[in-house]
Design a protein around this ligand. Structure first.
Ligand code: ZN
Length: 281
């Protein structure tokens, strides 16, 4: 199933996307996506029935999609997780997973404008597969990790490289408002196929800048969930950005950064695409 959060008039609610052109509201089943995820075992039958009946169905083009989880409890992101991206940054392949967080205020809808921060000349794109946690837990074994994933989205780990390089910590460079778009919906894990074999691309103004496959992840999704949950309790609706392949703007010669007026599109086979205009803050 494909599950989205959308606005129609003043209402914000979850919905199930059918045929990629229609959305069936789920407000009568759950008030928001976090409730839906946390109670999925009890609610998924009702969601499937609503999708089949198409009661209250709306034209997908007539609603606005928000980030599927509008305010995740945690947004975790791994750095240096594709060999070609490590090579272009001149860094060593890390022995340990390198994690940082993005603030909840960075969340942005799948088609919402991305702000180029005041004075920034080094705002960059990073297409990434995004994991949404379903069942929470601590000390999740790698073999058990698949059972803890609710679904997958397309994300852009927008990064301000000047701020990122000012200090060894990435929090500020990765934390600007609007710099965590993801969506356009959550493809539930049962419908996502082999998530370690999906084509992943980023295009800027129609030019392909990143073009790889999730088969090149150094640390798999399961490795990531096992490692994170050694430290922190993962909760329903937590979001994990799983790393970006080579081709980022800062590594190109000459650099090719996002500027006001650019359009940036991120797509992953089977998970859909997100696309945004870049605007001056
Ligand atoms: Zn990233």
């Amino acid at each position: 199933m494909k599950l989205a959060t959308f606005t129609s008039g003043d209402a914000v609610m979850p919905g199930v996307v059918v045929d990629e052109t229609t959305i069936v509201p789920l407000g009568a089943i759950a008030p928001d996506m976090l409730t839906l995820i946390a109670n999925w075992d009890a609610l998924h039958g009702a969601v499937a029935a609503a999708a089949a009946a198409r009661e209250g169905a709306l034209d997908l083009a007539s609603v606005s999609l928000l980030a599927p989880v509008p305010r995740p409890g945690k947004i975790l992101a791994i750095g240096l997780n594709y060999a070609d991206h490590i090579a272009e940054t001149g860094m060593q392949t890390p022995a340990h997973q390198m994690w940082f967080t993005k603030p909840g205020t960075a969340v942005n809808g799948p088609y919402a404008d991305i702000q180029i921060p005041r004075g920034s000349t080094m705002t960059d794109y990073e297409v990434e597969m995004v994991v949404v946690i379903g069942k929470g837990g601590r000390h999740i074994a790698k073999d058990d990790a698949p059972a803890h994933v609710f679904g997958y989205c397309v994300g852009n780990d927008v990064s301000e490289r000047v701020w990122q390089r000012l200090t060894p910590q990435f929090t500020l460079g990765k934390g600007f408002d609007t710099h965590a778009p993801f969506g356009p919906w959550i493809t539930t894990a049962d419908a996502a196929g082999d998530v370690h074999a999906l084509g992943i691309r980023c295009l800027v103004d129609g030019e392909v800048r990143q073009d790889s496959s999730t088969q090149h992840l150094i640390f798999s999704v399961w490795d990531q969930i096992a490692e994170l949950s050694k430290v922190m309790t993962l909760e329903p609706g937590d979001v994990i950005y799983t790393g970006t392949p080579g081709g980022v703007g800062a590594a190109r010669k000459p650099p090719a950064m996002l500027l006001p007026g650019c359009r940036v599109r991120c797509e992953i086979d089977g998970l859909g695409a997100i696309e945004a205009a870049c605007v001056a803050e």
